[in-house]
Ligand binder design. Structure first.
Ligand code: COA
Length: 320
């Protein structure tokens, strides 16, 4: 049975970089506080013209080029995002139109920061059942319009961006396994308070709400448990993992999770310092960074794990 193998990765980041010094001009914060409490030094913030689908297009074209493919070689697009340009057509269809490839299925999954792992898992299933051979999997977000730029406890955390991978059918894994979870009992700890069914007229006035301390605690627990469970399921030891690529929300969450797994610091990919928390884009952005700087090599084993609003969480084991 074939499974999905990542043959190309790519990033798309807004031009504008907002440093911690820029944040100091907006709210009562300091570069030192942000670096010590989150590990973030800068984030990219999209302009009015840069949207989730435009950032996704850049990431997609970079991933396709790395895989040596043209957009027309794809037979499906699966996108993870919480911040589509518009409610419909869905964001993957807007991306498809930007890539100029009509006809193939293109759909979007929303699982907050875990959206990319959900998208990767679903795409791999399509490859395993033989319905697709070359799938573009994207995680993309324009979170900045949802951020309360007067709330120092949230505005310093988030950034915009997109990451993409090309998943191709191969007899050798590839995506070895994925594990996905969700628990809506935590829906009030991290949420956006408006949508079609609630506060509809006030969508543009609404902002991200978060109980940071409680999110932190559950995030560390869930990321650790999902990672440990997928390793146990597959009979793979921590020492077999070449690179640990966790969701990039806060460097303290990353290190606390790594400590639970006994994962050495030198095997963790960290990009939250440069990108902030880009939600669905965070894992593919971190992956692309480490592929392009030469750390991640073909044949190496990756453990990815993510956590987001809902809560949703999960893990993936991927052989490059
Ligand atoms: N600059 C300066 N001070 C700040 C600040 C900022 N940007 N944000 C909060 N503070 C202050 C608080 O007001 C508080 O002050 P007080 O003690 O006078 O009330 C103090 O710092 C400590 O706040 P606390 O919330 O306990 O800080 P923390 O160490 O827990 O860090 C977060 C706050 C948000 C960085 C942290 O809880 C976190 O990262 N949580 C998870 C968030 C997350 O990852 N969400 C997405 C999941 S996908």
């Amino acid at each position: 049975m074939p499974c999905g193998r990542i043959t190309g990765t790519g990033s798309g980041l807004p031009e504008r970089v907002m440093t911690n010094a820029d944040m100091e001009k907006l709210v009562d914060t300091s570069d030192q506080w942000i670096r010590e409490r989150t590990g973030i030094t800068q984030r990219h913030i999209a302009s009015d013209e840069e949207t989730t689908s435009s950032l996704a297009e850049t990431a997609a074209r970079n991933a396709l080029s790395a895989a040596g493919l043209e957009p027309g070689d794809l037979d499906m697009i699966v996108m993870g995002t919480t911040t589509p340009d518009q409610l419909f057509p869905n964001a993957a269809v807007l991306l498809q139109s930007r890539l100029g490839i009509g006809g193939i299925p293109a759909f979007t999954l929303e699982a907050a920061c875990t959206s990319f792992l959900y998208a990767l898992s679903v795409a791999d299933k399509f490859i395993r059942c033989g319905e697709a051979r070359r799938i573009l999997v994207v995680g993309a977000e324009k979170l900045s319009p949802l951020v309360d730029w007067t709330d120092r406890s949230t505005c310093v955390l988030f950034g915009d961006g997109a990451g993409a991978v090309v998943l191709e059918a191969d007899d050798e894994p590839g995506v070895i396994a994925t594990r996905l979870h969700a628990d809506g009992q935590y829906r009030d700890l991290l949420y956006f308070p408006a949508g079609v069914g609630r506060n509809f007229p006030r969508v543009s006035d609404s902002r991200i709400q978060m109980k940071g301390n409680e999110v932190f605690r559950v995030a560390v627990k869930s990321l650790g448990e999902a990672s440990r469970a997928i390793l146990e399921d597959q009979g793979i030891g921590r020492d077999d993992i070449d690179w640990f690529i966790p969701h990039q929300a806060n460097v303290r969450i990353i290190h606390a999770t790594a400590r639970k797994l006994d994962m050495p610091a030198e095997r963790i990919v960290i990009s939250v310092d440069q990108h902030g928390n880009t939600s669905a884009a965070s894992i593919p952005l971190a992956l692309d960074l480490a592929v392009r700087d030469g750390r991640i090599q073909r044949g190496q084993l990756l453990l990815m794990t993510s956590f987001g609003a809902g809560f949703t969480w999960g893990a993936a084991l991927v052989r490059m």
